[in-house]
Design a protein around this ligand. Structure first.
Ligand code: CP
Length: 294
């Protein structure tokens, strides 16, 4: 039984085996294969989610697991109960694994040291979002056949992005080249040793162009650049997209701020994998839950 806290410390072969198993689950015709039918999983979201929350639930139910859904807003967290006491409470009741999303970075690691059931990171502040990066790698591998030598530009709000971090750590293990492009107030200086910051024009020459959501809710002083200014300088506009190589894959973890980091017309265009990423999240999370519980 294994936790998944991040990809920085996960080996390339462990990541490969999750991706291979995701391919297996993706190929299954049966909607439900009840390999986890006697296992109880709690999805504990202390921060809002649509994709991660529901694709974990889809994945768990497709494996026949018994699913408990916890939303902080409808719980005793509202009365001041701590994250630790909440998770310990569910553990005491007999859950076999917990999927957990937390706002403050680093709390998950501390929690994992005190909780004995496997914990799966569903988003840890701006630290890591490992299942998002796994589904991103799965999407890239399906499109290009290999990750080795792939150039991947991650564009936008790097400083607040757990997706950028998990993708960086994972892609580097596979010999892909990660480049960042960000306005000065959205850059993460501590990541400079690992990925070069390039201007927008250069970022758009990569095999994968991954746009990040501007995380308005995480900018303490509000957004310094207006949405229009941001779009003009760092957005994937229809005009910029028309100059992309035809083989370039457009990605975005979503939710999307349409017409801010990516134009409305591009979200479902032929080169976009945005909704494919969401579909791929289910088999990837099936592989992660099976690894945690079997
Ligand atoms: N990509 C992602 O994590 O989306 P949610 O916040 O909706 O889960």
């Amino acid at each position: 039984e294994r936790s998944l806290l991040g990809l920085k410390d996960l080996s390339r072969s462990e990541i490969e085996s999750i991706l291979d198993r995701a391919a297996y689950w993706e190929a299954q015709q049966e909607k439900v294969t009840p390999v986890l039918s006697s296992r109880f999983v709690a999805n504990m979201f202390f921060e809002n989610s649509t994709r991660t929350r529901f694709s974990f639930e889809m994945a768990e139910k497709r494996l026949g697991a018994q699913v408990l859904n916890f939303a902080a807003a409808a719980s005793s967290v509202e009365k001041g109960e701590s994250i630790y006491d909440t998770v310990k409470t569910l553990e005491s009741m007999g859950i076999d694994a917990g999927v957990i999303r937390l706002k403050p970075a680093g709390v998950l690691e501390e929690l994992a040291g005190k909780i004995s059931v496997p914990l799966i990171n569903a988003g840890d502040g701006n630290n890591e979002h490992p299942t998002q990066a796994l589904l991103d790698l799965f999407t890239m591998k399906k499109r290009f056949g290999t990750l080795q030598g792939l150039s991947v530009s991650i564009i936008g709000d790097i400083s607040h992005s757990r997706v950028a971090r998990s993708d960086l750590w994972a892609l580097q293990k596979f010999g892909a080249e990660v480049k960042f492009c960000a306005p000065r107030n959205m850059a993460a200086p501590e990541l400079e040793p690992y990925a070069k910051y390039v201007p927008m024009e250069e970022a758009l020459k990569s095999d994968v162009v991954m746009m990040l959501r501007v995380q308005l809710e995480r900018h303490e002083k509000g957004m310094q650049n207006s949405a229009e200014e941001y779009r003009a300088q760092y957005g994937l506009t229809v005009e910029r997209a028309s100059k992309l190589s035809k083989h370039t894959l457009i990605m975005h973890p979503a939710p999307v701020n349409r017409n801010v980091e990516i134009d409305d017309e591009l979200v479902e265009c032929e080169q976009s994998a945005i909704f494919k990423q969401m579909s791929n999240g289910v088999p990837v999370r099936m592989a992660v839950m099976e690894r945690a519980l079997k």
